[in-house]
Design a protein around this ligand. Structure first.
Ligand SMILES: C[S@@+](CC[C@H](N)C(=O)[O-])C[C@H]1O[C@@H](n2cnc3c(N)ncnc32)[C@H](O)[C@@H]1O
Length: 256
């Protein structure tokens, strides 16, 4: 080493925050949404996904839902800005610019993903664009209007204070109340059907994360920044418990 030179040592927290998805995968495992594969199956049921349904999974991650839909006989493809390395049936793409023709899809699935887009309203309009409408583009593969099957985090009031990359990854930024999310889906051209709360799934996910990672031990070893982050994590746990942070799913049908 040259005398007087210095080597910049990255703070371990910066390494974790630089790639929040890998950090989250480490903490939660797959799939990355409350309720796991059972919730995916239930949402596919509600959206009427079966034999011949043309399905696009937006923000599909490792592609588990694509696999489940394919097992049902759907023609399923996933899109993700950063697809899992071994994901099959998945192409790289952004929710705001889907690589799909107008009116060519029966169901857009977006589990814990679409609220991550830089412009949620544009991404919802994009979902509407690719969905079939019996009014304008003829019947879909299953003869019905296109459906958006969406699940995402909702926040009532002020979200817990967490570093920006983590808050963004956990969908805790921006206007995120349940009623606002429904309004935004409607404004994009959908009629929203039943909206379901998944409080138990969210609590189970919190418990799973806590059983996999010793937050207090890990973050406590990172000095003041680690302690502040731990306070944010504890605040998030309280927000989940008292319902300020929730998780909802809905099936919305193309309106018109
Ligand atoms: C919480 S994970 C959910 C993954 C999967 N849907 C699941 O439930 O397991 C969010 C996914 O959305 C992807 N994502 C984030 N922003 C995106 C965007 N603008 N367009 C497409 N995918 C995006 C991420 O790469 C990540 O794989």
């Amino acid at each position: 080493m040259v005398a007087g030179s210095s080597v910049a040592v990255e703070h371990p927290l910066d390494a974790l925050l630089a790639d929040p998805w890998s950090t989250l995968r480490l903490v939660l495992g797959e799939p990355l949404h409350p309720g796991g594969l059972a919730a995916t199956g239930e949402l596919l049921d509600r959206a009427g996904v079966g034999d011949g349904t043309r399905l696009l999974d937006v923000g599909c991650g490792a592609g588990e839902a694509v696999a489940i839909a394919s097992e049902r006989g759907a023609r399923a493809v996933g899109v993700d800005v950063a697809p899992g390395a071994d994901a099959t049936g998945v192409v790289r793409g952004d929710a705001g610019h889907l690589p799909v023709r107008d009116g060519s899809v029966d169901v857009v699935l977006a589990e814990c993903a679409i609220c991550l887009s830089d412009d949620l309203d544009a991404s919802l309009r994009e979902a509407r664009r690719v969905l079939v409408s019996t009014g304008t583009s003829g019947a879909g593969g299953d003869g019905t209007n296109g459906r958006l099957a969406l699940s995402d985090v909702v926040v009532e009031g002020t979200p817990p204070a967490l570093p920006e990359p983590i808050a963004r990854t956990l969908c805790l930024t921006g206007p995120r109340s349940r009623s606002r999310l429904v309004e935004r889906v409607e404004d994009a051209g959908f009629a929203v059907g039943d909206v379901r709360e998944h409080r138990e799934d969210l609590l189970a996910m919190r418990d799973r994360a806590a059983s996999r990672v010793d937050y207090a031990g890990l973050l406590g070893s990172f000095g003041d920044r680690g302690r502040r982050l731990l306070e944010g994590v504890r605040e998030l746990e309280r927000a989940v418990e008292d319902g300020r942070v929730g998780y909802v799913s809905m099936v919305a049908t193309v309106d018109g």
